[in-house]
Design a protein around this ligand. Structure first.
Ligand code: PLP
Length: 400
């Protein structure tokens, strides 16, 4: 079960010696998981409240995922885009059914790739309609490849790789007037997250997406929603934009879709689904049958086990529990469903993450003053409560 059986410390040392230093040295070495628990290389058990950055929707080693992936890898593991595979067709049909609007899908392997597809669609839309620039949000995150990075409104990760060849204009997130000012008939597309994940699970004010939809309709700019972190049940709906009652022109998905297997998707609604012509885009691994089978198992399980309802119930319980903790280090909790941030009164998030880890909980210091909580969608009420009960001591230890 533990591979070569190396200790956590020795694997971390070897990681540091052989990897580019992009991640520093990560603090935990998980070797196996079951449900919402993971065990590290030294046998320590953790309650996983981050799910590999909102990815492991069904938790770890879920029987439905194991069965689907095992069956598919034994049937055919790869076909490439030279051939059709059944799981990718079933998955595309399934997604379109959940979206309840006429649309077409492109399958990718990750979030950044799904956004590259969306950006290429927007560029193509711009070329055919004489539109020259793009709008995105300050503090937004869309991925690390160059196109996705150029849309990312975080100077700390963006500026050192610029300048970028596209005219991308940033607006403050959540401000409908700024959006109205920035988006004209020369704008090809507006890229937004329904709630900003990497910025610290920051929701917009009510009505923001109705306003975004309106300005895009008025000008002909495409509304591109990056739902890579927010979709597939994370907020208690299949897609976060379903809370806002709008339909985007383009939607990108990844993270929770494959339940841990790499997959991404870009959906074009209506006319946006037929912007690309044959030969305009492609991916060797996109729509890989194993990842598609995993995604189908995720969607089936969410439906069969009524997990959207579960996410709403447990998410509200967890948020209410954190809210009543009443600790000087804890300002408030924000977010929706099982996608929350505990906002701190000082920049102590790394210390809180470390204290939580020592107490047996995996959380993520997503911002200096915010702890992200995005557990598997299958987390139980008892597991959520156990974190709330442990939180005061964790916060006190982090304050010390
Ligand atoms: C994680 C994320 C991405 C990038 O996904 P990768 O799979 O890491 O490329 C893009 N957009 C959002 C909103 C994300 O949360």
């Amino acid at each position: 079960m533990t591979g070569q059986g190396a200790s956590a410390g020795s694997l971390q040392q070897r990681f540091e010696a052989s990897f580019m230093p992009t991640y520093g040295v990560p603090p935990v070495v998980p070797v196996r998981g079951e449900g919402c628990h993971v065990w590290d290389a030294d046998g320590a058990r953790y309650l996983d409240l981050i799910a590999g950055i909102a990815v492991s929707s069904l938790g770890h080693a879920h029987p439905a995922l194991v069965e689907a992936v095992t069956r598919q890898v034994g049937a055919i593991a790869h076909t490439s885009n030279l051939f059709v595979n059944e799981p990718e067709v079933l998955l595309a049909e399934r997604l379109l059914g959940l979206l309840k609007a006429p649309a077409r899908v492109f399958m990718a392997n990750s979030g950044a790739e799904a956004n590259e597809c969306a950006l290429k669609l927007a560029i193509r839309h711009g070329k055919t309609t004489g539109r020259t620039y793009f709008v995105a949000a300050e503090n937004g995150f869309h991925g690390r490849t160059l196109g996705a990075l150029s849309l990312t409104g975080k100077p700390s990760i963006r500026d050192q790789f610029g300048p970028f060849p596209l005219d991308i204009r940033f607006v403050p997130y959540g401000d409908p007037d700024a959006l109205k000012q920035a988006v004209t008939e020369d704008c090809a597309a507006v890229f937004l997250e329904p709630t900003q994940g990497e910025a610290g699970v920051v929701p917009p004010p009510a009505g923001y997406f109705a306003a975004a939809r309106e300005v895009c309709d008025a000008t002909g700019a495409l509304l591109v929603l990056d739902e890579i972190q927010s979709a597939i049940g994370r907020t208690g709906h299949w897609f976060a934009h379903q809370h806002d009652g709008i339909i985007p022109d383009v939607l990108t998905l990844a993270k929770g879709l494959g339940g841990g297997l790499p997959i991404g998707a870009c959906v074009g609604f209506g006319d946006a689904g037929t912007i690309f012509a044959k030969g305009d885009h492609g991916s060797t691994f996109g729509g890989n049958p194993v990842s598609s089978a995993a995604a189908l198992a995720v969607l089936d399980t969410i439906e069969r086990d009524d997990l959207l309802d579960h996410v709403r119930t447990i998410g509200a319980r967890l948020a209410a529990g954190i809210d009543t903790v009443g600790h000087p280090l804890l300002a408030r909790v924000r977010g929706r469903g099982l996608w929350l941030a505990a906002v701190l009164t000082s920049d102590a998030a790394p210390a809180v993450q470390a204290a939580a880890q020592r107490a047996g909980f995996l959380v993520n210091a997503v911002q200096p003053d915010a702890i992200r909580i995005a557990p598997p969608l299958v987390i139980t009420a008892e597991q959520a409560d156990s974190f709330v009960e442990a939180l005061p001591a964790i916060l006190t230890e982090a304050s010390g």
